[in-house]
Write a protein that binds this ligand. Structure first.
Ligand SMILES: NC(=O)c1ccc[n+]([C@@H]2O[C@H](COP(=O)([O-])OP(=O)(O)OC[C@H]3O[C@@H](n4cnc5c(N)ncnc54)[C@H](OP(=O)(O)O)[C@@H]3O)[C@@H](O)[C@H]2O)c1
Length: 272
């Protein structure tokens, strides 16, 4: 079996590649920057952009891990025409939010996948733990995290857990036609997340509460205003009502989801 992995250099995609290789599956990894890509031996690397999908990329592909970008419906047509039978889509829990801008691209991609005639699974993760890499510079330099809503209680998921669920959906028949909402099994406030990173790197990490306005002003060069407002809304909501941890990772993989401390240990070099 040959699986095409799109978004293969990404946080999740690179682990999907590794998981498939470990399972003995032939992997074709798609990237817009093939010269810079570094994958395990045996992985076939192809250049390509999902905005301008090239039918040749899909020749001989049986199954597809699909990152939401570009012309999803055309990608699916090419894949089906080439004889592929299954697609696993990296979607987002944001499809269920009452929010046009962020959830919309995922809603469109989910519909295209469900209408494609291929076997499908939608993965809908909540917050990725990798978002906390935003804290790396200030933790490395000052041992501090400066953000609003330290009481926001979240279920940040390890990217390897998402990838392992994707691999299970690609390689077993159990999840065809399923929508899998994915979170970690623990709920930690931002203050506790900072502490978990500190415990993993063996150095205290302090959470310094900013007002929403202070934070928005501080990040205005890097974070567009509407994204900042969207994030503030999510954090305010999670401070009010803690996010709900789901058992999907354990149900699919038969072992508990990784903890944030495990995630921070895996990424300790980023925070030291
Ligand atoms: N962060 C969160 O909390 C969160 C939560 C839920 C869902 N999500 C969703 O998860 C996805 C992000 O996943 P991720 O973190 O694994 O991805 P990522 O690290 O952002 O990487 C995605 C990869 O996709 C490739 N790519 C981007 N545009 C492309 C295009 N037009 N054609 C071909 N390849 C393209 C890029 O690789 P090359 O440059 O090598 O081509 C990039 O490395 C997003 O759709 C996001 O909405 C995120």
């Amino acid at each position: 079996m040959r699986v095409l992995v799109t978004g293969a250099t990404g946080n999740v995609g690179r682990h999907v590649v590794d998981g498939l290789v470990a399972a003995g599956v032939e992997v074709r990894a798609l990237t817009r920057r093939p010269a810079e890509a570094a994958f395990a031996d045996g992985v076939e690397v192809v250049g390509g952009d999902l905005e301008t999908p090239d039918p040749a990329v899909f020749a001989g592909v049986d199954r597809l891990y699909l990152f939401t970008a570009g012309k999803t419906a055309t990608v699916l047509e090419h894949a089906k025409h080439a004889g592929a039978t299954r697609v696993v889509l990296l979607s987002s829990m944001s499809v269920g939010f009452d929010d046009e801008q962020v959830g919309e691209s995922h809603r469109v991609a989910e519909e295209a996948v469900a209408d494609s005639g291929l076997e499908w699974t939608h993965l809908r993760p909540g917050m990725f733990a990798t978002n906390l890499l935003e804290w790396a510079t200030s933790i490395r330099t000052d041992g501090v995290v400066r953000e609003p809503y330290g009481a926001a209680a979240q279920t940040a998921i390890h990217e390897v857990d998402i990838a392992e669920v994707a691999v299970a959906a690609l390689l077993t028949d159990k999840h065809v036609g399923q929508v899998l909402a994915l979170t970690s099994a623990e709920v930690l406030t931002k203050v506790e997340q900072a502490e978990a990173i500190g415990a993993a790197i063996g150095k205290p990490v302090r959470f310094e509460e900013l007002s929403p306005e202070q934070w928005k002003a501080e990040v205005s060069d890097e974070v567009p205003g509407w994204v900042a407002d969207w994030l503030l809304g999510i954090w305010a909501g999670a401070a009010d009502v803690p996010e709900t941890p789901l058992s999907t990772v354990a149900d699919v993989l038969g072992r508990p989801a990784r903890t944030l401390k495990e995630w921070a240990t895996d990424h300790a070099a980023d925070f030291r």
